[in-house]
Design a protein around this ligand. Structure first.
Ligand code: PGA
Length: 235
């Protein structure tokens, strides 16, 4: 079966559509008195959705007080207050502008000793489970075809874990790190299995440069094809 795919003329229309899905879920859950568990991405793709959700909070009383969030990933090593951290990015672009309680926000940590990563990741999975699982996962897609930092070759059942970034991914991040050599080689990321266990997933891709990678993903070719090129590069 083909994945349902919606196309929009402008990014603003896509942002509005996705924000509306998030808004409806939150309002429905708020009326029922149950929490809303969201999986959240960083990057250039979701910025417009966050802006629209902030507007809905400020102008249309969208209440985030029962929202629980789990972010997809963080560089490793990375201090949470670094200008490069996804933790800081999420606060600047979203959390600082809505009323999600601090204790409901979960972001993988890049500031723990390397030997504690496995235990941290197991605990992250436990917290998702304890929250009742992710109801709606928002996602971007990277040039390598990665979702979160699951680079080609990641297994279908992979869970939250420490990973090595693809050289292409590090090159793509170079401009925000003032040079590829400053981009960390590692990250902590939710796994493919973690993401696929969300009840609903919306993968957003904006711009012509994402068209071919999405076409492959929708046609189900992306995993094999990108994995093959990855294996050629990293035999
Ligand atoms: P982008 O990143 O939203 O900045 O294009 C997407 C990704 O790498 O997952």
């Amino acid at each position: 079966t083909k994945l349902p795919t919606l196309m929009f003329r402008t990014p603003a229309e896509a942002d509005r559509h996705v924000a509306l899905v998030v808004e409806s879920l939150i309002r429905e859950n708020n009326s029922a008195g149950v929490p809303t568990v969201l999986g959240l991405p960083t990057g250039s793709t979701p910025i417009g959705v966050y802006r629209e959700l902030i507007r809905l909070h400020k102008e249309e009383d969208l209440d985030f007080s029962q929202v629980i969030t789990f972010n997809l990933d963080e560089y490793f090593p990375m201090q949470p207050d670094s200008i490069h951290s996804y933790n800081r990015w999420m606060r600047a672009n979203f959390f600082d502008h809505v009323n999600i309680p601090e204790e409901n926000i979960h972001i993988p940590r890049g500031d723990i000793p390397v030997e504690e990563i496995d235990a941290f990741c197991e605990e992250y999975e436990r917290q998702i489970e304890k929250a009742g699982g992710i109801q709606l996962q928002l996602l971007g897609i990277g040039r390598t075809g990665h979702i979160a930092f699951n680079e080609p070759g990641s297994s279908r059942n992979s869970l939250t874990r420490g990973v090595t970034l693809d050289p292409q991914t590090r090159r793509d991040a170079a401009s925000s790190f003032f040079g590829a050599e400053n981009v960390p080689h590692h990250a902590v990321t939710m796994g493919v299995g973690t993401i696929l266990s969300a009840r609903k997933i919306i993968l957003m891709a904006l711009g012509e440069h994402k068209a071919s990678i999405v076409r492959k993903a929708v046609e189900g070719e992306v995993t094999e094809e990108v994995t093959a090129s990855f294996l050629q590069k990293h035999p």
